[in-house]
Design a protein around this ligand. Structure first.
Ligand SMILES: [Zn+2]
Length: 83
């Protein structure tokens, strides 16, 4: 994972790897429905179940706003008060 370099980082690598691997793709037959590229699970608001738990774990590590920004960029959605 070249995008994650050596700077101090409180987020577990396994979580990041999950976030890297589990990405949505648009199905040809689903009329815009998304599926996970990695586990082929249906893609919900916060991704597949595996990614969702990774995001939850990651959120537990958020202690600062700057980290929150990093997370938002990494995960690809904003917190925005969503459940
Ligand atoms: Zn997945």
């Amino acid at each position: 994972m070249a995008s994650f370099s050596v700077r101090y980082d409180p987020v577990p690598a396994s979580v990041k790897i999950d976030l890297e691997l589990h990405r949505p793709y648009r199905t040809w037959f689903g009329f815009g429905r998304l599926r996970c590229e990695w586990c082929n699970h249906k893609w919900g608001a916060h991704g597949c179940p595996r990614r969702r738990s990774a995001v939850k774990l990651l959120a537990a590590h958020i202690k600062s706003d700057s980290l929150r920004d990093v997370l938002a960029a990494l995960v690809g959605f904003s917190w925005g008060g969503a459940a």
